[in-house]
Design a protein around this ligand. Sequence first.
Ligand SMILES: NC(=O)c1ccc[n+]([C@@H]2O[C@H](COP(=O)([O-])OP(=O)(O)OC[C@H]3O[C@@H](n4cnc5c(N)ncnc54)[C@H](OP(=O)(O)O)[C@@H]3O)[C@@H](O)[C@H]2O)c1
Length: 274
Amino acid sequence: MILVTGAGGNVGSELTGILARGGHPVRALVRTPRPLPDGVEGVPGDLNEPASLKTALDGVRAVFLLGGYDDMPGALAVMRDAGVEQVTLLSSRSVAGGHADNAVAGMHMAAEASVRASELAWTFLRASGFMSNTLQWIPQLKEGDVVREPFANVPVATIDPYDIAAVAAESLTTPGHEGRAYAITGPEALRPAERLRILGELLGRELRLAPLSDEEARVKMSAEMPEKYVDAFFRFFAEGEFDDSEVTSAVRDLTGREPRPFADWARAHLAAFR
Ligand SMILES: NC(=O)c1ccc[n+]([C@@H]2O[C@H](COP(=O)([O-])OP(=O)(O)OC[C@H]3O[C@@H](n4cnc5c(N)ncnc54)[C@H](OP(=O)(O)O)[C@@H]3O)[C@@H](O)[C@H]2O)c1
């Protein structure tokens, strides 16, 4: 049995589908009841409360895990005690050469350290920025054809969560991935205006990107997230602490096919933008 945490999220929802279609026994950890793919059972649990995971872990061999919960060592100890052998952790490329005092990189570095210390076999998926971050534009696109965006000059080798899930499925169902940290990216580095142009073509709308100044960006982001994360993203993308533009071959190496381009992700999620 494989337990998928974050099963309602961008990556977890793709992963439960891939595993179920592949005939693997799969269980989803859910906080709130939700529709799941055929063949996937949902079991309640909260990763911030390790003791609540026990039922979901019954008979589980491997876990797909996200980082950043209140007590990662505690949650991992409950997994180990329940007989779990292997964890695949969704991490970030920002950990490579990252700064522990950056709130985003530091969170992922701490999660990786907890997993390494857990005595479970591990695989880290150090992902680039997700294509699904584009969903954040929906409120602006409901209002008009202009998207106001911070860090407009920054290219990101943005990855489809489906490809992260495909690599995760590979790591959870085939041998040889223990102790490996994979830097996984999409097929090309795109600036926000390039993603918007592709989206606009598919929607049949003339969309325009309006870059935000650093001052405007700080105001907008501070309304959406805690200040420590605003600072972390400014350090990444305004001060150049993190270059997320390099394309790697990891998705191809691990799945035997090219990573999906942004147009494919946008086409698959077009209804959300309409
Ligand atoms: N976005 C990026 O560009 C990027 C890049 C690299 C790494 N990452 C990392 O990727 C992860 C996010 O992945 P995602 O986009 O697939 O997730 P997501 O869409 O944000 O969904 C998060 C999922 O986790 C569940 N969850 C949240 N808190 C929980 C808890 N205490 N106990 C159990 N389940 C909980 C949520 O369940 P509910 O539905 O019940 O709330 C939801 O299903 C984060 O760790 C992020 O740092 C993101």
